[in-house]
Design a protein around this ligand. Structure first.
Ligand code: HEC
Length: 194
């Protein structure tokens, strides 16, 4: 019953003051009914989720993925864990890379040197068979916001497109190769809405 709850909520909330007085007389019951319908219409997906709530939910999901899939090498606080992985906090590459380069290295791994990173590190392994597109998108958004103060919101479809574009890469990305294959202004329309 698409939209029914939403419409009912709007009818209840939009009653003219005169007509509402009848409802008023029924006291808090009116308000609790309206509140329940607002909550119900959110939970059934009939009302768009406000942007701030959406971002908070993405950050919560991204943080979970980070703890499960990244923290063992990059540290819980992003400070890095020698010798497994470099710090993400303060990474100059993360500050300036085109947004889709982060999901690309999560899917297929990366082999340094990474510009701005001093110590030599081992190769970052490909996580494409381990993570789903939603998880890749959530953790990318989380990493950008938490450590690079960037508001790029990565969508699952970007991860899906990258998977199709580079099916089963046998070797991890090198940064020069990434810059050539996925230049900053990628012509495909699907890559543009960042
Ligand atoms: C098994 C260890 C390991 C795991 C798991 C791992 N990484 Fe990495 N990551 C590395 C290593 C090692 C490098 C550096 C590669 C190099 O310099 O050759 C790296 C590099 C990076 C960089 C570039 C860092 C820089 O210097 O700018 C980012 C960003 C990154 N990883 C994000 C992630 C995210 C997000 C996850 C989880 C989804 C993740 N990594 C999971 C080991 C790991």
């Amino acid at each position: 019953m698409p939209g029914v709850i939403h419409r009912l909520t709007l009818i209840l909330l939009g009653r003219s003051p005169g007509r509402m007085s009848a409802w008023h007389s029924s006291g808090p019951r009116y308000y609790s009914l309206a509140a329940a319908l607002v909550i119900l219409s959110f939970s059934t997906g009939e009302m768009p989720v406000p942007r701030q709530i959406e971002v908070r939910q993405t950050m919560e999901r991204g943080s979970r993925v980070y703890r499960q899939a990244c923290a063992m090498c990059h540290g819980e606080t992003g400070a890095g864990r020698l010798p497994f992985g470099p710090a993400l906090a303060g990474s100059s590459w993360l500050l300036g890379c085109p947004p889709e380069h982060l999901p690309a290295i999560i899917l297929d791994g990366v082999c340094g040197p990474i510009p701005g990173s001093s110590a030599p590190y081992p190769v970052m392994p490909a996580l494409r068979t381990w993570l789903q597109d939603q998880q890749v998108a959530d953790v990318s958004t989380y990493v950008f916001r938490r450590w690079a103060h960037r508001s790029d919101s990565l969508l699952p479809k970007v991860s899906a497109l990258l998977r199709q574009r580079t099916p089963a890469r046998a070797v991890p990305w090198r940064i020069e190769e990434l810059n050539k294959s996925l230049p900053r202004r990628t012509p495909q329309p699907a890559f543009q809405p960042f």
